[in-house]
Design a protein around this ligand. Structure first.
Ligand code: NAP
Ligand code: ZN
Length: 350
């Protein structure tokens, strides 16, 4: 067992407090990581506040982890002490079902073990659920640890472990590239990385944001067009425009209005995960043979591919580094869309 400092929350409306947690002893295939940075994803907020109705308390969120390997188990071959590594939203899966065999561990038929808030045996994680990256150390099986290429700082790499792959995966799946009109809805943590990646893939990128406040940033990240969704004219002007719309908004949206912006055979992909059902008119879908889809993070091999792609294209997240005692404040600011564009906790402050 290893003792690590962590920040946990004990109830939906509680503040984060500093605590000590146990990490399991190193098994033969395990890697012990000294966490350097942990991004704050909006999913952390949904979970900490029990907005998805399944949170076990105390909860230690954090699935955008970047750090350095401190020790490895006797059979580990993929990583060695001193390596720069990352851990995203998953720490294990069955490894044998069709999705796992296809490298899509996030869709594991038995349910992947998520980095935090997944029930596990006590010997796997004292406390009975996985504890995430708001901590100084974590133990993860080597196949779920990825390498962070030289050339990306650990701080700006951390958010790529969730936000980066969550955008990269659907952009690849729906063939973003030259000649494709792509809209990114919401330019927060996920959205801003999506703009950078889609532009680097060669697509023409349009941002659909609440307002024009972040327009200069959006264009700097690679967007060619930027529209305010608060302006009704936006929906008239862009009707039938896009091959792919990627919705990263954490709140409910009038999704039918966005579906109408798709061209023939276009797809709107839900990445944002508010808890309410969507309302779509069958006529909107039928009209242009449109599709409504969803996508969940990305597999481990694709996470590595995304990191290599980002290193090659000089892509990192835009971050505001905070000390661990400011997590509550960061949550409030993220909810108010007052973040440019990802809060990242400096684990040295724990
Ligand atoms: P975030 O940083 O808070 O960004 C969300 C953005 O949505 C905001 O910046 C804002 O963009 C827009 N927005 C927020 N509230 C809004 C409202 N009431 N009306 C209209 N627009 C609003 O969140 P994030 O970390 O990017 O996460 C976004 C969502 O994706 C969350 O629901 C999260 O749980 C989910 N998620 C899903 C996956 C997956 O695998 N599918 C992975 C990670 C996260 P503008 O200011 O530009 O309008
Ligand atoms: Zn996330």
């Amino acid at each position: 067992m290893t003792t690590a400092a962590a920040y946990s929350v004990s109830a939906p409306d509680a503040r984060f407090t500093k605590t000590t947690i146990e990490r399991r002893g190193l098994g033969p295939h395990d890697v012990l990581i000294d966490i350097k940075y942990a991004g704050i994803c909006h999913s952390d907020i949904h979970t900490a506040r029990n907005e998805w109705h399944g949170t076990t308390y105390p909860c230690v969120p954090g699935h955008e982890i970047a750090g350095i390997v401190a020790a490895v188990g006797s059979e580990v071959t993929r990583h060695k002490v001193g390596d720069r590594v990352g851990v995203g939203c998953m720490v294990d899966s069955c490894g044998t079902c069709p999705p796992c065999v296809a490298g899509e561990e996030q869709y594991c038929d038995r349910g992947a073990t998520m980095t935090y808030n997944t029930p596990v045996p006590e010997e796997f994680q004292p406390g009975g659920v996985t504890f995430g990256g708001y901590s100084t150390q974590v133990v993860v099986t080597e196949n779920f640890v990825v390498s962070i290429p030289e050339g990306i700082g650990l701080d700006v790499a951390a958010p790529l472990l969730c936000a980066g792959v969550t955008l990269y995966s659907p952009l690849r799946h729906w063939n973003a590239g030259p000649g494709k009109q792509i809209a990114i809805v919401g330019m927060g943590g996920l959205g801003h990385v999506g703009v950078k990646i889609a532009a680097a893939m060669g697509a023409e990128v349009t941002v659909l944001s609440h307002s024009l406040n972040k327009q200069d940033d959006g264009r700097r990240f690679g967007a060619s067009n930027y529209y305010a969704t608060g302006d009704k004219q936006t929906f008239r002007e862009l009707r039938g425009r896009f091959d792919l719309i990627v919705n990263t908004v954490s709140a409910d949206l009038p999704i039918d209005n966005y579906m109408k912006l798709l061209k023939l055979d276009g797809t709107l992909v839900m990445l944002g995960l508010p808890d309410n059902p969507l309302a779509v008119q069958p006529f909107t879908l039928a009209g242009y043979r449109r599709s409504l889809a969803g996508s969940m993070i990305g597999g481990i091999a694709q996470t590595q591919e995304m990191l290599n792609f980002c290193a090659e294209h000089g892509i990192g997240a835009e971050i505001e580094v905070i000390s661990a005692d400011r997590i509550d404040e960061a949550y409030e600011r993220a909810i108010a869309s007052d973040v440019r564009y990802r809060f990242v906790i400096d684990a040295a402050t724990m």
